[in-house]
Design a protein around this ligand. Structure first.
Ligand code: CU
Length: 164
């Protein structure tokens, strides 16, 4: 009986001592992995631009989920000068929703960084339309990227390309 107990203790001791470095190594290894894995991936995720899927044409319903939709238009046929982008958001009962925040980033896809405006907020008009003026400074293909936020959370991203 004593012998069994003793040998059990020895086995336990051997197990513990042999597992201890393993777990330590394991943790250390995992930590190392987490650090070396996190650094590059988090920085690439931060640098990775979000996707802005192409939206239906101006004047068409663009679904936002939960029955909400937006309709965007330009104040005129796009040409050089100031172009106003008008966005209206409707809920599932076709009632205007003015509680959202919209930002727009305009630029030329072929000249990344040359004229990009960065995300700028649309301003709500007294008619309940969101408006953003964009300065079209040269002919060619332009792109507007829309981001819609509800209560501070992004619920939609979409883009539209047009020729000037
Ligand atoms: Cu350009």
């Amino acid at each position: 009986m004593f012998r069994i107990k003793k040998s059990f203790t020895i086995i336990l001791l051997i197990l513990v001592t042999s597992l201890l470095p393993l777990t330590l190594y394991g943790e250390d290894h995992q930590m190392h992995k987490a650090v070396s894995h996190n650094n590059p991936s988090s920085s690439t995720e931060m640098k990775k631009a979000p996707d802005y899927p192409l939206m239906p044409e101006p004047g068409k319903k663009v679904q936002l989920g939960d029955g909400n939709y937006l309709i965007y238009k330009f104040d005129k046929q796009p040409k050089l000068g100031t172009l106003i982008i008008k966005v209206e958001i409707f809920n599932s009962n076709d009632k205007k929703d003015t509680s959202m925040e919209i930002t727009g980033d305009a630029g030329m896809p072929s000249m990344r960084g040359a004229h990009d405006t960065g995300d700028r907020p649309f301003v709500l008009s007294n008619k309940g339309a969101y408006l953003l003026p964009v300065n079209i400074v040269m002919p060619g293909e332009w792109e507007i990227k829309l981001t819609v936020k509800k209560a501070g959370k992004v619920i939609f991203r979409g883009s539209h390309r047009f020729d000037v």
